[in-house]
Design a protein around this ligand. Structure first.
Ligand code: PBG
Length: 341
């Protein structure tokens, strides 16, 4: 077996999988403000960006050849409410960011997260309880709601409005990451009826209730809202794998154009099973906690950052992912360009 590994030219010839800039999606945190950026403690090298900074960075990402960016908003506390009305405000931060990037860098694909957690006072991805009405900012003195209370169908109505606002702003892919049942079909219908039949749906089909989202929740400022609550009644149990196949089958039937598996590295087996069972593009997410682990180990000198990051991203490709969301996308794209010479 070692004959084929003997020279670099031969290793290149027999190589089965490759990582290219074409496989990278760059997730970005967007915040209010005229200019500037803010560091995120647990994510070295990742900043929250104002729209002006985002536009600059998106231009650079396009020059590097990154096909798409994914936007996540840091919503001001005063704009959060129990029913997340800000999520579908056409002038909200996300919609303004989408318009600004589309105008400056029209060739860049834009992916918008569809979920209510940045907008809810309780930090859940949906609305809580049986009653729901748009318009009021219902301050409640009731105890912090538990995940079991998240109202599936009431949430979907708001998700549809959120997706429509994003589509209207010019977003190319809406990405429901909330894990409500039946939302892909409803969002597809809503988009088609409103004339947005070209807008794609990237469904977070198998999204696990994971401890690896910690730094993300700090980055968008939803950790404090969620408190000690968890998302186990809507996100998947990390113990399950068959269930991921059911989730993917449903989302494809409802009209998903691509499916997401998340988190990434601890769930490569899920990517592989989905790849073997369905002919659908699979995207994977190297989530905030995975990025934080790599960066922290590299900072301590325990790992070679570049080699470890490259290897982990290649592993996603080998498992069957077409594209990978990674906070390191720009840095990695720079390395890839350098290696090409
Ligand atoms: C929220 C959302 C989360 C992430 C992406 N969208 C967090 C969560 O579900 O609590 C996590 C991404 C990451 O950790 O990098 N709908």
């Amino acid at each position: 077996m070692r004959r084929n590994r003997r020279e670099d030219w031969c290793r290149r010839l027999v190589r089965e999988h490759r990582l290219s800039v074409d496989n990278l999606i760059w997730p970005v945190f967007v915040m209010e403000g005229a200019k500037g950026r803010e560091k995120i403690a647990a994510m070295p090298g990742v900043d929250r960006l104002t729209i002006a900074e985002l536009v600059k960075e998106a231009k650079e990402a396009a020059v590097l050849g990154i096909p798409a960016i994914a936007l996540f908003p840091v919503v001001e506390a005063k704009r959060k409410s129990d029913n997340a009305e800000e999520a579908f405000n056409p002038e909200n931060l996300m919609c303004r960011a989408v318009r600004a990037v589309k105008k400056a860098v029209p060739e860049m694909g834009i992916i918008c997260d569809v979920a209510l957690d940045p907008y809810t006072t309780h930090g859940h991805d949906g609305v809580v309880g049986g009653q729901w009405s748009v318009g009021g900012n219902h301050k409640t003195t009731a105890p912090r709601p538990q995940a079991a209370d998240v109202n599936n169908d009431a949430t979907i109505e708001i998700l549809c409005r959120q997706a429509m606002a994003q589509a209207e702003a010019g977003c190319d892919i809406v990405a429901p990451s909330d894990m409500m049942d039946g939302r892909v079909g409803k969002i597809r219908d809503a988009l088609d009826e409103a004339g947005y039949s070209h807008v794609k749906i990237l469904s977070y089909a198998a999204k696990y209730a994971s401890a690896f989202y910690g730094p993300f929740r700090d980055a968008v400022g939803s950790a404090g809202n969620l408190g000690k609550a968890d998302k186990k009644t809507y996100q998947m149990d990390p113990a399950n794998s068959d269930e991921a196949l059911r989730e993917v089958a449903l989302d494809i039937a409802e009209g998903a154009d691509m499916v997401m598996i998340k988190p990434g590295m601890p769930y490569l087996d899920i990517i592989r099973r989905v790849k073997d069972n369905f002919a659908v593009p699979i995207f994977a997410y190297q989530v905030s906690g995975e990025y934080a682990m790599l960066k922290a180990a590299a900072e301590k000198g325990f790992l070679d950052e570049r080699a470890a990051m490259r290897e982990s991203l290649l592993a996603f490709r080998r498992a069957g992912a077409s594209a990978v969301f990674t906070y390191g996308a720009k840095v990695v794209a720079g390395w890839l360009a350098e290696e090409k010479g």
